[in-house]
Design a protein around this ligand. Structure first.
Ligand SMILES: CC(=O)N[C@H]1[C@@H](OP(=O)(O)OP(=O)(O)OC[C@H]2O[C@@H](n3ccc(=O)[nH]c3=O)[C@H](O)[C@@H]2O)O[C@H](CO)[C@@H](O)[C@@H]1O[C@H](C)C(=O)N[C@@H](C)C(=O)N[C@H](CCC(=O)O)C(=O)O
Ligand SMILES: Nc1ncnc2c1ncn2[C@@H]1O[C@H](COP(=O)(O)OP(=O)(O)OP(=O)(O)O)[C@@H](O)[C@H]1O
Length: 490
């Protein structure tokens, strides 16, 4: 691709071009560590860094031109644009040849359930023999190959190059989890979706969005990115917020919902419910535990049914969906010491409430919960989470999550504010000790819930130092030790 192609396709986004029109671009990049020879490098102003300042470094690494947002005196091929991030998304789509075209693309947003709903779509389609790819917090799989990354929704270049790989490898669909951060930072601006799903909204990420209205607005923007014949699928509670031209389909429990859920039953084996679809009644079972998973399944089924898939095929493929790592994940080995242990990613008040209500519903014994709160994030949700825990668990053990750059003592103070002091609670900063204590004080038949970090493989301390720690692995190690020492729950 040459500069001329970029200019003719994206002229409205460009302020000034100071580069030869026949200059060939063989790649696009946005981070100095990823620059390759022949690249067009996009300079961005970030929270921590301004890559306009490292142009000499990227030139040395082989970039042949740069995109700048600031007016700078530069004797090197460059294009000045109004908005680097928006331009990045559009130029990446151009460079990777609009890889969302002729491929079924799904974007899933919402406060909770994004990963699960996206993975349900992926599971149903692959079970039905379709080839495709998925990007979520927990699973990133481009056709056959998987990789791990902390970010939920990657940057525009990563997404669009993955979409191209998917399309070139014969992928017929691409399912993408879309965070509200990504929507604000224009990471998905270069994609057009066949289906956009909005699972639900409750308080989260207000540190980033400032107000709940901004948070909602950010999420709703997903629907501006639908293809002309794209479909918007919303939780019925959000139906009134939708004022776009696209086709709107709702799911929920009221009789107005297009896909109406009923008779939700949850046990340690999974979740069962009935779904009234526009084509008749469907009985659904999934091994993913939790009544909220019935809602996630309803959204996923609605999406595929609207695209023409047979609802019965969808329901039968969902039967083998076992859930997502770190989401209501039952640690099987805990049965050997007589306990139910659940590892879950719930890190918002709403998710914690739904999780604990479900565990309570299917448990005979007491419910003991271990959780903390992440640092450098929404402080207001911390006391709300402990209030929920005090209300719904018999014993609360407060511990450390990812403190990142924040003082764990400060985070703990925020958490303690919401605790009901008349009920049993403990404060144990060391997460391993907190988990071990929960497993030790639990009696046979009790349930221990370890919330907040789900599948995550390390804790982030001292701003960005990563210390290996995975809740499920720690539980398994403690159980092994207990079995060796024969310290069974009584
Ligand atoms: C606060 C935030 O969202 N930051 C995101 C943002 O980074 P940034 O552009 O501000 O980065 P920066 O470090 O200031 O750097 C500025 C520019 O210099 C470049 N740079 C920087 C350093 C360097 O050595 N060389 C270099 O070229 C960077 O590539 C960037 O272009 O844009 C980056 C690329 O799109 C993101 O990776 C990064 O996410 C960081 C890692 C992050 O943790 N974000 C979280 C808050 C987030 O987005 N979370 C949501 C999920 C939330 C949830 O549901 O829980 C997500 O989608 O993951
Ligand atoms: N539909 C739902 N409503 C409320 N809570 C849910 C729902 N689905 C999942 N949860 C809860 O939220 C947790 C995270 O689920 P999931 O990973 O699917 O959500 P997410 O939106 O992808 O989260 P994140 O954005 O943090 O990655 C689950 O472990 C469960 O406790």
């Amino acid at each position: 691709m040459n500069i001329s192609t970029i200019v003719s396709n994206l002229k409205d986004l460009i302020l000034e071009v100071r580069a030869p029109y026949d200059l060939e671009i063989t790649g696009v990049s946005n981070h100095s560590s990823k620059v390759k020879k022949g690249d067009l490098f996009i300079c961005r102003r970030g929270e921590k860094f301004d890559s306009h300042e490292i142009i000499p470094e990227v030139m040395e690494k082989g970039a042949v031109a740069v995109v700048v947002e600031k007016e700078i005196d530069l004797d090197f091929p460059h294009i000045q644009v109004f908005d680097s991030r928006y331009f990045e998304a559009k130029v990446a789509s151009l460079f990777f040849e609009d890889p969302w075209k002729d491929v079924l693309t799904f974007g899933v947003t919402g406060t909770n359930g994004k990963t699960t709903t996206t993975m349900m779509i992926y599971h149903m389609l692959t079970s039905l023999g379709e080839k495709g790819s998925v990007l979520t917090t927990a699973v990133k799989r481009i056709l056959g190959s998987s990789y791990y990354d902390d970010i939920t929704t990657p940057d525009a270049i990563t997404i669009l190059s993955a979409m191209k790989e998917n399309k070139e490898g014969g992928g017929k669909f691409f399912a993408l989890e879309v965070s509200s951060h990504a929507l604000v930072q224009k990471r998905v601006e270069g994609v057009r979706f066949d289906v956009g799903i909005f699972t639900n909204i409750s308080r989260d990420h207000l540190d980033f969005h400032g107000t709940f209205e901004n948070y909602l607005k950010a999420k709703l923007h997903l629907f501006d990115l639908l293809k002309d014949d794209g479909i918007a699928i919303l939780n019925e509670s959000l139906a009134d917020t939708f004022n776009r031209k696209s086709r709107k389909i709702t799911f929920g429990t009221s009789k107005n919902a297009d896909y109406r859920l009923g008779n939700i039953e949850v046990n340690w084996e999974g979740t069962r419910f009935v779904l009234e679809t526009p084509d008749g009644l469907l009985r659904v079972f999934t091994k993913a535990i939790g009544d909220f998973n019935a809602y996630n399944a309803a959204a996923a089924i609605a999406a595929l049914h609207q695209l023409g898939y047979d609802p019965k095929d969808l329901a039968s493929s969902l039967e083998t969906f076992t859930g997502v790592e770190g989401r209501f994940e039952v640690v099987r080995g805990a049965k050997k010491i007589g306990l139910n242990v659940v590892v879950d990613f719930a890190h918002s008040p709403d998710a914690l409430e739904k999780l604990l209500k479900n565990v309570r519903k299917i448990s005979q014994g007491r419910v003991i919960v271990v959780f903390g709160a992440g640092g450098n994030s929404d402080r207001g949700k911390r006391p709300m989470m402990s209030e929920v825990a005090s209300k719904l668990a018999d014993v609360v053990i407060l511990t450390t999550d990812d403190p990142r750059g924040e003082d764990p003592e400060q985070i703990m103070e925020d958490l303690i504010k919401g605790i009901d002091k008349r009920k049993p609670y403990l404060v144990l900063f060391d997460r391993r000790e907190a988990i071990e204590t929960a497993l030790t004080i639990a009696n046979r038949g009790d349930s221990v819930v370890i919330a907040g970090r789900g599948h995550e493989r390390y804790q982030i301390i001292d701003e960005e130092k990563k210390v290996p720690f995975q809740d499920r692995e720690v539980v398994e190690e403690i159980i092994r030790d207990k079995l060796k020492g024969r310290k069974y729950a009584q």
